[in-house]
Design a protein around this ligand. Sequence first.
Ligand SMILES: [Zn+2]
Length: 107
Amino acid sequence: MLVEQPGTGDLVAFVTRYLPCSACQHAYSAGDVAVLRHSAGSWVLSATCPVCHHNSTFSAFDRLPYTHLPGMGAVHSSPLSQDDVQTWADFLVRFQGDLSDLLATSD
Ligand SMILES: [Zn+2]
């Protein structure tokens, strides 16, 4: 098992509490679960069933995996205001173009 990293105890506790053995449904105890790898907000854990010895691996992430991709999950825009909504409503009333083309543009 790797040196204890922040959050590791919570992950092990989650496995023991919510993820039983997939073969016989027996619960794991903390000693049955090991962290195999931890890097850049992701963990790979291994659990060995104390009853049937079936081994399972689990992946865990500190946030949704796609948010680790560049430009994903980092939207920092302010909430829409009533003025924003009215501006778009006024625009759409007068808009004569192709709405699919309008929505396909990135900015
Ligand atoms: Zn089992």
